[in-house]
Design a protein. Structure first.
Length: 376
């Protein structure tokens, strides 16, 4: 037995033929001893119980009468709560008789309640319920279930008469709906000119969503502080308000990504050039990953300059002074802004108003991330 697909859903093997036949044997014996000398009238509930009824009929050794009643309650995999009679039963067929309902499955009990109500009106001498499968966790009614083949957890199953939108009834074994995989985390780039608030927002998103935060700025500063070979090289470029060459940056990024086994990257300050964007696609692609979105924080230039000058007063960052700020903004427009177009062509560009309170801006970003349709 292996996985099967019915309509849009995947089902995995769950209860095999032997287990089903043991359940039928058990319930049949119980019914035979209950019957004693009575001739029972079995009312099978269509469509689902047809297989159960026919297999039971083959092993049930006493006299019995078979009737059929057809109801419909389910659409897809969710109980609609509404039950309709599609094929009724004649009153004289059950009036004054010992009736046993044969159900394939009892879930919420909505269907059963309706059956019980309707059949009771036809005045049977006794009315009992037998079901092959029963989901105790889902059952919400008080009608006693007298005979149970097998209890199962609250899973959606198909096969052996049971269907998913009419398919799967002819399967000789039971399959269950495969656990819907948890949606993976998004891999995103937080984008914008210097001073747009990328770092602030990325850190909030990282904490809230548990993303892995990869900030090239921090990476560089770490290397510079520790005077690594890369750090010394990068220092010169940063001091001049210039971009660190791609091969240095890409090497560092590769190192930071490592060999991840989970998604959820947030890149801050990278990619800064179209060449870097292409390199990132390549690095991610090699690991079977993909960038899901580029979130671009849009802030007018005069606000950027103001923010950066203010930051320069407290950050101690050598690049937060008027001269380099101008240079960095120019760099952004010539080399970095085209990155937006690169992602726009892939349908991944989201432009966000980056002016406002930190919380407001966060909410704008968060809403977009939450609603991203992630490719598997
Ligand atoms: P209830 O009214 O919620 O108890 O559902 C009873 C009816 O819903 C059954 O007779 C089935 O037709 C259908 N049903 C309930 N659970 C399942 C399931 O797991 N697979 C397929 N059909 C089900
Ligand atoms: Mg059904």
């Amino acid at each position: 037995m292996k996985e099967i697909k019915l309509h849009d859903k995947i089902f995995t093997p769950y209860i095999n033929k032997r287990q089903i036949s043991l359940a039928i044997k058990k319930i049949t014996q119980e019914l035979e001893s209950y019957a004693d000398n009575k001739t029972l009238v079995f009312v099978s509930i269509l469509k689902g119980a047809f297989m159960f009824a026919s297999d039971l009929a083959k092993v049930y050794k006493k006299n019995a009468v078979f009737e059929f009643y057809r109801l419909k309650s389910y659409e897809g995999t969710q109980s609609t709560g509404e039950v309709k009679i599609l094929v009724d039963i004649n009153q004289q067929d059950i009036e004054g008789k010992d009736v046993v309902v044969l159900e394939d499955i009892v879930d919420t009990g909505n269907t059963l309640e309706k059956i019980f109500e309707e059949l009771s009106k036809k005045k049977p001498k006794s009315l009992k319920i037998a079901t092959l499968f029963y989901k105790p966790e889902a059952y919400k009614k008080n009608i006693p279930i007298d005979f149970i083949g097998m209890e199962i957890p609250n899973e959606f199953i198909v096969g052996y008469g049971l269907d998913y939108n009419e398919l799967g009834r002819n399967l000789p074994e039971i399959y269950k709906l495969k656990d819907v995989k948890k949606q993976r985390m998004a891999d995103i780039v937080l984008f914008g000119p210097p001073g747009a608030g990328k770092g602030t927002q990325a850190k909030i998103l990282k904490d809230k969503l548990g993303l892995k935060y990869i900030a090239t700025g921090d990476m560089f500063r770490h290397h510079i502080k520790n005077k690594t070979e890369l750090g010394v090289k990068a220092q010169q470029y940063i001091d001049n308000g210039e971009l660190v060459p791609d091969e240095i940056t890409i090497g560092m990024i590769k190192e930071s990504i490592g060999d991840p086994d989970s998604h959820g990257f947030i890149f801050d300050g990278f990619p800064r050039t179209v060449a870097q964007a292409e390199a990132l696609d390549k690095i991610m692609g090699e690991k079977g990953y993909i960038i899901d979105a580029l979130l671009s924080l849009e802030v007018p230039e005069e606000i950027l300059v103001e923010r950066l000058l203010n930051r320069g007063k407290t950050s101690g960052r050598s690049d937060d002074n008027e001269e380099t700020i101008k240079k960095r903004l120019k760099q952004y427009h010539t080399k970095t802004a085209p990155v937006k177009e690169y992602y726009e062509k892939q349908g991944k560009l989201y432009q966000i108003n980056g002016v406002g309170e930190i919380d407001e801006i966060h909410k704008r970003l968060y809403d977009i991330i939450k609603n991203l349709k992630l490719r598997e």
